[in-house]
Design a protein around this ligand. Structure first.
Ligand code: SAH
Ligand code: SF4
Length: 349
């Protein structure tokens, strides 16, 4: 019998698991605290549980953890973690420091099925969903290096395609006996899976970011296939209806691609499309990578786009030099690993 990984349970599920062993509810709270607040990875450490109980747990359960296969540190302190999974797949997280208000960019899938033309993760196709434990372990591992204040689900994968594990991981993050994060500091980013946006909102309260990236259905359908299923009108309606934490705004992510979606006409349409949605705009200059036929925008185009929106009272953040490193969360480190593997395999022959 394989052991049950307790990191796949939210608190309620842990209570159920333990009640199956005839244990009281508060035992689950104790264990949850050991795991998420004290970082315990063995039952031996749990000194407020009886020896017998610990032995019983040891026999049937385990607490998984991640150790990074590689950590790359950027010039500005951005740390990219690569974690190897039990089946040999790999997944990455990015820690973005900001004067003690650290943000961790978390992955939810190995690869991605959405096939956005400009995105490196998309070219890997979907290998599989991450388990709840694999999502939460990214946070637990980074937490050993730095206090994590914000979580953004902007790493590899489309979070809303792995909704159950996403929601369970968020429940662990929000739980007062778990990671104790605030729902105002957790943001789920989606390419626009409309029904799942509504379901996410029904199940948990968190911030939402939507990767818009184009202002006409024609262009959006061309670069983001999901738009053929859920066109702009439906997507914007889902944004309008999304139940955010109080006084929060939806983040509209917009990857500026040189000569494709970076004109003032685009800025104008963006303003119009989002005018009735409380929002802030996150401009991300396209990060060039091998194999993509797209170009980064010129600095002048980025500045003009930014200014157009700022002048019309839109809250805009442009990810400048850091943008490259942050969007490296989107599959780029894994890309390097695969290339390395390929080189090694070729050399082995
Ligand atoms: N699948 C989700 C979350 C992960 S992608 C989503 O699409 O929202 C995180 C962000 O990186 C998205 O906004 C995406 O548009 C952006 N992105 C993807 N490839 C990029 C690249 N090469 N340069 C800059 N941003 C990119
Ligand atoms: Fe997937 Fe997001 Fe990349 Fe699109 S942008 S392929 S949804 S990870």
């Amino acid at each position: 019998m394989p052991k049950t990984d307790l990191k796949n349970f939210n608190l309620q599920e842990l209570e159920q698991f333990l009640s199956g062993k005839g244990k009281e509810r508060f035992r689950a709270t104790q264990i949850f605290k050991w795991i998420y607040q004290l970082g315990a990875t063995s039952f031996e450490q749990m000194t407020n549980l009886s020896k017998d109980f610990r032995a019983e747990l040891e026999a049937t359960a385990c607490i998984s953890e991640f150790t990074a296969a590689t950590v790359e540190e950027g010039s500005d302190g951005v740390r990219k973690y690569l974690f190897t999974l039990e089946d040999g797949e790999a997944v990455e997280s990015v820690l973005i420091p900001d004067e003690g208000r650290n943000t961790l960019c978390v992955s939810t899938q190995v690869g991605c099925a959405m096939g956005c033309e400009f995105c490196l993760t998309g070219t890997f196709k979907l290998k599989r969903n991450l388990t709840t434990a694999e999502i939460i372990n990214q946070v637990c591992a980074a937490k050993k290096d730095a206090e994590i204040r914000n979580i953004v689900f902007m790493g590899m994968g489309e979070p809303l395609q792995n909704l159950d594990n996403l929601v369970r991981a968020i429940e662990i993050m929000l739980n007062g006996n778990g990671l104790q994060l605030s729902n105002r500091r957790i943001t789920v980013s989606t390419c626009g899976l409309v029904p799942q946006m509504a379901e996410l909102g029904r199940r948990v309260t968190v911030n939402l970011a939507v990767s818009l990236n184009a202002t006409t259905d024609e262009l959006r359908s061309q670069i983001m296939p999901i738009n053929r299923k859920y066109p702009l009108k439906e997507l914007l309606k889902a944004c309008r209806e999304f139940p955010l934490p109080s006084s929060r705004k939806i983040t509209i992510e917009y990857v500026l691609i040189g000569g494709l979606n970076d004109s003032l006409e685009d800025a104008k349409r963006l303003l119009k499309l989002t005018s009735d949605i409380p929002n802030k705009v996150n401009l991300i200059p396209f990060n060039e990578h091998e194999g993509a036929g797209f170009k980064s925008p010129t600095q002048a185009a980025v500045d003009a786009f930014h200014k157009y929106l700022i002048d019309r009272n839109v809250t805009v953040i442009t990810r400048s030099s850091r943008g490259g490193e942050i969007s490296a969360a989107c599959g780029q480190l894994k890309g390097k690993l695969d290339k390395l593997k390929l080189i090694n395999e070729v050399e082995d022959v």
